[in-house]
Unconditional design. Structure first.
Length: 416
């Protein structure tokens, strides 16, 4: 069968694949992206964080994204019982972009991929990676839409296959996540929200009034629709009778403010669910391959960090890979895995504290110190690698002190 030769094969044309391809192509490397599906295709993960705009900019795609007319986003709102708090991302501690967008991923991912193509990147839609061989030379076995197989010899593989997790499966790299399994049920609705205090420029995260580990997202788009979803442990969802739609509607009806907000909403897309999505791997990268985005580790959707982590991994890997292709001897663990995981682990601390509800106390505290709020805001805006932020550099300790302060304040208020 046919054999081709390239510098880098990228598996998947989602955000991490498109950004990595663009960055490598700009440095005159011969890259080919193999994408199983035709674009546009649905993907979950519709609320971006401002930090991801830095990577879009680095790949020369900022103009295209800014001009596309996506729903503007400048923050996050949280509600629990009668409490409502907002975080304005422009009021953040870290340097960098303070606003971003809420996007239907079908069109957003297609825009990034098309922009990479316009820059000269070759993307083969409908081609699927079937197998890989790392020794003696790295080869990728691909099937064409008609089913014919061919081989690409390559110096390096970047796996950007998302939940497809191509290399983790083929190379037996998967290990269970350290987070308990959760299920998300979601859909798009025509929201018909007319409440004047509803801010379409923010994601709304609502907490279930009785079960604080159950939460909902409401992500407004620019076309009268919203993405709405709920996240809970599987046993809490499974005891509710019915299909995905009945379960989602039942859970929404248990949160009075969300129920009121969506009182006129109609379903715009079939409801679906995804369970046990958190994932982990033994090795993120070697001299032969690196895992980007969700193909590596996926934590949890609560802070909308997925696309930002995916793009950060693409940017980091592309820089390190360029050095290797130019003849440098690279320690991938030190140069890629550790720097990437630093930020992922920052998010992990806040995700865990969200579910043990200690971080929810911080979010819902009444009179936060403005400086501290800016630092927390930075993390919510995606700047989880910014070590000048004490809530990043010393996350665990800073967070636990802050939680104690918030608890003290809560007690004082109850006494007075
Ligand atoms: P993807 O965007 O998944 O792209 C992978 C591509 O690889 C796909 O196009 C696929 O067709 C292709 N592929 C797969 N297998 C093969 C193969 N064998 N050969 C060739 N191609 C292949 N993130 C956010 O930033 N904001 C959010 O609000 C958010 N909400 C989320 C809610 C839920 C419930 C979940 C589960 C996740 C959420 N995420 C969110 C995370 C987000 O979905 C992902 O992090 C993001 O899509 C990862 O991008 P990626 O580039 O790694 O992969």
């Amino acid at each position: 069968s046919r054999i081709e030769y390239v510098d880098v094969v990228i598996i998947g044309a989602g955000p991490s694949g498109a950004i990595a391809a663009s960055l490598l192509h700009k440095q005159q490397k011969k890259v080919v992206v193999i994408e199983k599906q035709q674009f546009p295709r649905f993907s979950i993960g519709e609320s971006l964080l401002p930090h991801c705009m830095s990577f879009i900019e680095e790949a020369g795609m900022l103009d295209a994204v800014n001009k596309a007319g996506f729903q503007f986003k400048n923050g996050a709102a949280f509600q629990y019982q009668k409490q409502h708090r907002t975080f304005d991302f422009t009021q953040k501690f870290s340097q960098g972009h303070g606003t971003t967008f809420q996007v239907q991923r079908g069109s957003f991912d297609k825009l990034l991929a098309d922009t990479a193509s316009e820059q000269g990147v070759e993307i083969r839609y409908g081609h699927s990676v079937l197998n890989v061989k790392l020794e003696p030379t790295t080869s990728v076995i691909v099937t064409e839409p008609q089913g014919t197989e061919y081989t690409i010899r390559t110096k390096y593989i970047l796996d950007a296959s998302g939940f497809g997790r191509v290399l983790p499966k083929l190379l037996d790299l998967e290990v269970p996540s350290d987070l308990p399994p959760r299920t998300a049920i979601f859909t798009h609705v025509y929201d018909h929200i007319s409440d004047s205090d509803f801010d379409r420029d923010k994601i709304l995260i609502s907490v279930h009034p009785q079960h604080q580990d159950i939460w909902y997202w409401l992500i407004p788009f620019n076309d009268g629709r919203c993405s709405v979803g709920v996240v809970a442990e599987p046993n809490l969802i499974e005891h509710i009778k019915g299909d995905d739609e009945q379960r989602l509607l039942e859970l929404i009806s248990q949160e009075p403010s969300l129920k009121r907000l969506l009182r006129n909403a109609t379903i715009a897309q079939e409801c679906s669910h995804i369970r046990g999505y958190s994932a982990n791997v033994k090795t993120l990268a070697t001299k032969k391959f690196a895992l980007l985005g969700n193909a590596g580790e996926f934590l949890d959707p609560v802070f909308s960090s997925g696309v930002t982590i995916a793009m950060k991994s693409a940017s980091l890997a592309a820089k390190v890979l360029l050095r290797q292709l130019n003849g440098e001897d690279i320690d991938w663990k030190k140069e890629y895995s550790q720097p990437l995981m630093f930020g992922v682990n920052t998010f992990r601390i806040y995700v865990q504290a969200w579910y043990d509800v200690s971080f929810q106390k911080v979010i819902f505290t009444k009179n936060p110190d403005p400086k501290v709020k800016q630092m927390v805001c930075s993390i919510l805006a995606g700047y989880a690698w910014d070590k000048t932020n004490p809530f990043v550099a010393d996350a665990e300790k800073r967070l636990s002190t802050l939680v104690q302060l918030c608890e003290l304040q809560e007690q004082k208020e109850m006494q007075s």
